[in-house]
Design a protein around this ligand. Sequence first.
Ligand code: PGA
Length: 240
Amino acid sequence: MEVKIFNSADEIASAASEMFVKIINDKNDAVLGLATGATPVPTYGKLIEAYNSGKVSFKNVRTFNLDEYCDLPRDDKNSYYTFMHDQLFDKVDVCEENVNFLDGNAADWQKESERYSQAIESVGGIDIQLLGIGTNGHIGFNEPADAFTGDSFKVTLTQSTINSNQKYFGDVPMPRYALTMGIGLIMKAKKILLIATGESKAEAVKGMIKGEVTPKLPASVLNEHKDAIIMLDKAAASLL
Ligand code: PGA
């Protein structure tokens, strides 16, 4: 695991976006694993800038998102499908048919999990997977647990995750379930880039980097990946 510490979230966004641009330009049909949440938004902003200045095209890029809420229409304003279109897809030349999400409304989540794994495999696997980290050490919606998860599955969201995300839903109660790529599937990505910014992530970051590998802190599994890069701002790195 390679840990890089930056002065600001903006510097991380530039470095992360440069890493993505290089991968896309080296292999123009690159397969990107993408994440939602507040952390990757500045990186998506820099990718849009790179696209607008002609440094990169997403025309042949394939994307797979980490997770999606259950029991929410795909085009709900709070779905991750909508989030990704607002933050990136609608502002670059990605083709809609190359954009992939888990279907949080699938009748049978096990079949949906198989479909997603096969879709990823059929394009040769994910070249780079972007991740954030929860204050409880989750990645995707892989919450602290007794065992590491495998392929995609249906998760009951923890109170900690609900407390973090309810703000986006205002007065409407947020979904209690989501479909998420499991740890096993995430770990198959050829390269993983985890970004953490802000003091609220410092404890989870410390556990991930200094602690043992344990499903009680899911991000700690990245110690076992052969090409995982962790980008931190000073606040997120403050307990190292
Ligand atoms: P955040 O979420 O980027 O909104 O802090 C990260 C995560 O929960 O994975």
